[in-house]
Design a protein around this ligand. Sequence first.
Ligand code: HEC
Ligand code: HEC
Length: 386
Amino acid sequence: MKRFALLLLAAIALIAGAWAAFVPQTAHPPLASLPAVPVPAGNPMSEDKLRLGRMLFFDPRLSGDSSTSCASCHVPQLGWTHNDALARGYPGHRLWRNNPTVLNAAHYTRLMWDGTLDSLEIQARSAMQAPVEGNGKASMVEMRLRFIPEYVALFRQVFGDEWPQLDHAWQAIAAFERTLVSDPRQVPFDRHLSGDASALSESARRGLALFEGKAGCIQCHHGALATDEGFHALGVPRQPLYDSHPLVQIAVRWQNAQRDVPQAVYRGLEEDLGRYYRTREPADIGKFRTPTLRELKYTAPYMHNGAIATLRDVVDFFDAGGGSVPNKSPLLKPLGLSEDEKNDLVAFLESLSMERPLIVEAPVLPPTLPLDGGGELCEQPVQGRI
Ligand code: HEC
Ligand code: HEC
């Protein structure tokens, strides 16, 4: 019986293999317009929740020393990311990766450069509680919110909380993030998809043909977000700060230690191993999640380590067939693009961004007042740093 089962398995494997070889390797979903934002059943949207989420996104009091809000690193005027190559951290720290934008993050099924998180609610909590980012101790931050009458009233109204519950703060922030998406009427490529024949310049049209053809970008960048949400090693250039900045070097080793890389390894480790942290497969070393190509106009510099400054430099990088790492994706090959073709590709990439950036003004935040409610302000910490 056992033998029969084994034979059957072998036969299935053979058939599956033959089928995989038969299916053309070029079958990718096409580029597409964004669907409606997916909203989880446990966190429905409402106007008041969005108002609360917007306040909390900008409120530095969610961090340990009331200095750092989500908007300190995801700055609306800077494409909801930051133009530093490596993200700033909680005061006294530096981070080891480039800030991704929160624009359209609601459409990802895998968050973070190594795809370790899968919900905006969990991501918000971890951002504000990670020692090097928000460093906010849960019970203390929750107590701070309970001292702010405007928040007490809003949490009560939105969630029915007797007193603000921190988990509801993450829900409100996630709901707000679900409104930070590209407006297709403002994105030339989306207008092109919906039939506007003049939406793309001649150059962007040629760029689109290259993207889907000779340059092969579509192999990894497809669908509505222009990403397969898969993991690939490209061998992007090393971030110079990894060698020159002591706080960054500490960050790299600390991040490795956090991810349970054995001490003997992380003490000398100067790399970001990417997807490997999740799977522990050596083949995943240096692989990162394919990012969206939407809104790139506003989100430079690029790549997980911010090592590439402009879109033209990105195109040069792919034209050269990527970098050199042992497990580099076999999909990357020298492309032999001419100067004109490179310009066309850049023009196409730019057509995936809104013509005007999406900016949300920082809301006026209620102050923290002493307990009797009527006295002097005991603290005025609501000016987050940028
Ligand atoms: C100190 C800077 C900093 C702060 C503060 C910060 N972030 Fe981030 N954020 C980052 C960095 C860096 C990453 C990528 C980290 C990684 O991949 O390991 C990130 C990733 C994300 C992502 C995932 C995006 C993607 O493409 O997968 C979202 C969403 C996000 N942050 C939202 C928030 C929210 C909401 C807050 C506040 C609750 C916040 N961030 C606070 C720096 C920051
Ligand atoms: C093998 C899959 C693959 C192919 C093919 C590919 N990319 Fe990517 N792309 C990725 C991955 C993965 C990253 C992130 C890599 C990292 O940070 O280490 C990326 C990053 C980028 C970025 C930076 C985005 C950001 O927000 O930082 C741009 C722009 C980009 N690719 C454009 C292109 C273009 C243009 C082509 C075709 C010439 C192309 N890609 C081909 C997988 C691919």
